[in-house]
Design a protein around this ligand. Structure first.
Ligand code: ADP
Ligand code: ZN
Length: 202
């Protein structure tokens, strides 16, 4: 997956719930591209201010310098056209324009690696990730560990009551849950013994 023959571009998508290692995987791929002496640029949406404005940061505190954008078009404006590999983190917050921009970049010979949530707090497909999956050459779905029972988790569980699609935050506001433990909206189920004692129980 790391090396392409000639100048053909393509799109890779890394998707899954929060805490599943999307940012870690994106950083790993971008670091390997840098080791291969590719020119790399990384973009993230402005609203993701969880940790840092100039870096993408994983929950395990891996970091990589990045450029902030408020729309997909801004990626094109801020792109150095010598760049060969383009990373985009938190892609589900960038908006529908990202699909066209990624296609344009891949068509012009760039390797585009996109990471983002594939479902929202209600378990619905999170645009524009589904469309990107349809366009991509490579798809990786990362799973987290369910904080209620310990099984592989594909859902992002919101721990507070709100009907807003986007409420940015990490530990304490969201947790990973499996298919069986996930509840659309605020959780009502009792805790299982697996949940670590450090988590505030209702
Ligand atoms: P994402 O970008 O998908 O939100 P990150 O790459 O930022 O994920 O973080 C992944 C890291 O989060 C893991 O390596 C682990 O250290 C930590 N982590 C915290 N909670 C969980 C969980 N429930 N399941 C798996 N990893 C978790
Ligand atoms: Zn579970």
């Amino acid at each position: 997956m790391d090396f392409l023959a000639g100048n053909m571009g393509w799109i890779e998508v890394v998707c899954g719930p929060m805490f599943s290692g999307k940012s870690e995987e994106l950083i790993r791929r971008l670091r390997r591209a840098m080791i291969a002496r590719r020119r790399v640029q990384v973009f993230k949406p402005e609203m993701d201010d969880r940790y840092s404005k100039e870096e993408i940061v994983s929950h395990s505190d891996q970091r990589l310098g990045s450029t902030t954008v408020t729309s997909a078009d801004e990626i094109l404006k801020k792109l150095d056209w010598r760049t060969q590999v383009i990373g985009v983190d938190e892609a589900n917050f960038i908006g529908p324009g990202l699909v066209e921009v990624c296609n344009q970049l891949a068509d012009s010979g760039k390797r585009v690696i996109v990471a983002g949530l594939d479902t929202d707090y209600m378990g619905r497909p999170f645009p524009p990730i589904p469309d990107l999956l349809a366009m991509a050459e490579s798809i990786t779905k990362t799973l987290a560990i369910c904080m209620r029972c310990g099984n592989p988790a594909k859902q992002t569980q919101r721990l507070f009551d709100s009907a807003d699609l986007i409420v940015v935050g990490a530990a304490g506001l969201y947790e990973a849950r499996c298919r069986a433990c996930f509840e659309a909206g605020a959780p009502k189920q009792d805790w299982l013994p697996f949940a670590p004692a450090s988590i505030n129980r209702p």
